[in-house]
Ligand binder design. Structure first.
Ligand code: GLA
Length: 462
């Protein structure tokens, strides 16, 4: 059983307990980890993320009336979104993500009617792994499932991004929503944020893995720093006479140094360098040149720390520890990932020593900071999917990108089998997952929380 199947099954059980009946639909949207290309998306640059095996899942059924009620398994204040009046930002605060998406879907004539919804997310909140984008994309996928109408993937991602801008007040780029919609198993996605073209970058060498370490320092993008960075980039582009930093060269920046203040100069230096590093990293991954990719990751981290100033001492500590373990110990490279100011690091490591690396990272991090890290590994996962219920695809047939409801994970039959299996043997709380305190990787692996090779191959159709 895959991690997602187990999570979906548990969510179905919770739905039954909460609403007294079985859900008609179950949908899921993944979080993401960005391997490289940070703070480049809103500069028209490149990013190289992958969807991860952590999901926002919603189970739902029709309800009388015109309200969508969303309860969360953690018991936080539920969201009630009334469709009989224009949908506006409101409370609780977290409801603004689904609110913004629902408003966008209604504008397109996609009217789901009253719904009872149960949300169950295993994407860590404030961990820089796109918990908000996964919630937005999950909501959009639910409305697609309920209405039986689907958006093309790019439109769906942009609708979710707009929800984040207008309802959550975060002027984010397009990376998080795109990868949550378009992720593909065993692949990273090289996304050109200007043309919005995507290229799959296969990452299916079993000898190499991504290791994510949550510093457990919460990041908060809405606090103004993100918007400030964005404005500084726009200032730099203006001074350089280009429409975005994508069009600026390192030489042009150097020549303009005297015409901009030092902070703006360093912000631009990060972005221009990071766009180049991202393209080189994609080439390195295609060539399985892991040491070269690792060096680019370290360079990215230094640039984010010194020039872009979005790291923090805990993230720096984690990267330093990884660097000390080094290639000899199985670490090719490591960097902070996501918006910054806390959250996670991502490391490229040798699979066969992943447990020992995790243990060393956790122990040294605890010693340096006093904080327990949460460390887990993931295979590149598929994007949003309709697990149960109406399953028409969200992209044009044959589109290169995985649409919602794509066969392979749209496992209505499988889920029914799971329901049978779990009947009389209900699981409690969230599914066992591999996001455990370090040192328990063996346990996680035994619980089948990483896709066995055979499954990954079969499911990705490759
Ligand atoms: C956040 C935003 C993204 C991107 C990253 C930084 O995750 O949502 O659009 O800008 O920060 O790379």
């Amino acid at each position: 059983m895959t991690y997602l199947q187990k999570l979906a099954s548990d969510t179905a059980q919770h739905f039954l307990k909460t609403y007294g009946r079985s859900p008609r639909w179950i949908v899921a949207a993944p979080g993401r980890v960005n391997v490289i290309g940070e703070h480049t998306d809103y500069n028209d640059g490149f990013v190289l993320p992958t969807a991860i095996e952590r999901y926002a899942v919603m189970a739902a059924d029709k309800a009388p009336g015109t309200a969508i009620q969303i309860r969360d398994v953690s018991g936080v204040e539920p969201a009630v979104i009334d469709l009989s009046a224009p949908v506006k930002p409101g409370t609780p605060k977290w409801s603004n993500y689904p609110r913004g998406v629902i408003a966008g879907m209604l504008e397109r004539g996609m009217t789901p009617g009253g719904l009872d919804v149960l949300l169950n997310s295993t994407v860590p909140l404030g961990g820089g792994l796109s918990s908000s984008a996964s919630l937005e994309v999950c909501t959009a996928t639910l409305i697609e499932a309920v209405t039986g109408r689907t958006l093309v993937p790019v439109e769906k991602a942009l609708l979710c991004q707009k929800a984040e801008h207008e309802f959550a007040g975060v002027p984010c780029g397009i990376m998080d929503q795109f990868i949550s919609v378009m992720g593909r198993q065993n692949n990273l996605l090289l996304l050109d944020c200007r043309s919005r073209e995507t290229q799959l970058v296969p990452m299916n060498d079993p000898a190499v893995s991504l290791l994510i370490a949550n510093s457990n320092v919460k990041h908060e993008l809405a606090n103004g720093e993100y918007a400030r960075r964005r404005a500084q980039c726009e200032t730099a582009a203006k001074i350089l006479g280009v429409s975005s930093l994508r069009d600026a060269s390192p030489e042009a920046l150097e020549n303009a140094r005297g015409r901009m203040d030092d902070v703006v100069f360093r912000r631009a230096r990060h972005v221009i360098g990071e766009i180049e590093r991202t393209i080189h990293a994609a080439e390195g991954i295609r060539a399985s040149n892991w040491p070269a990719v690792g060096q680019l990751m370290y360079a990215s981290h230094r640039s984010l720390r010194d020039d872009y100033e979005v790291s923090c001492k805990e993230l720096d500590a984690m990267v330093e520890i990884a660097e000390q373990i080094g290639i000899k110990g199985g670490v090719f490279g490591c960097r902070m990932t996501g918006g910054g100011f806390g959250g996670c690091t991502v490391a490229l490591v040798q699979t066969e020593v992943i447990e020992s690396i995790s243990e060393q990272l956790a122990a040294a991090y605890k010693k340096k900071t006093g904080i327990e890290a949460t460390i887990f590994t993931t295979r590149p996962a598929a994007g949003a999917t309709i697990v149960k219920g109406q399953g028409s695809p969200s992209g044009s047939p044959g589109a290169p990108i995985a649409p919602a409801g794509r066969a392979g994970q749209n496992s209505f039959a499988t889920l029914e089998a799971l329901d049978r299996e779990y009947n009389g043997r209900p699981t409690s709380g969230r599914p066992a997952n591999s996001e455990r305190r370090c040192g328990r990787h063996r346990v996680a692996a035994r619980q089948g929380l990483r896709y066995p090779r055979s499954y990954s191959k079969a499911a990705s159709g490759q």
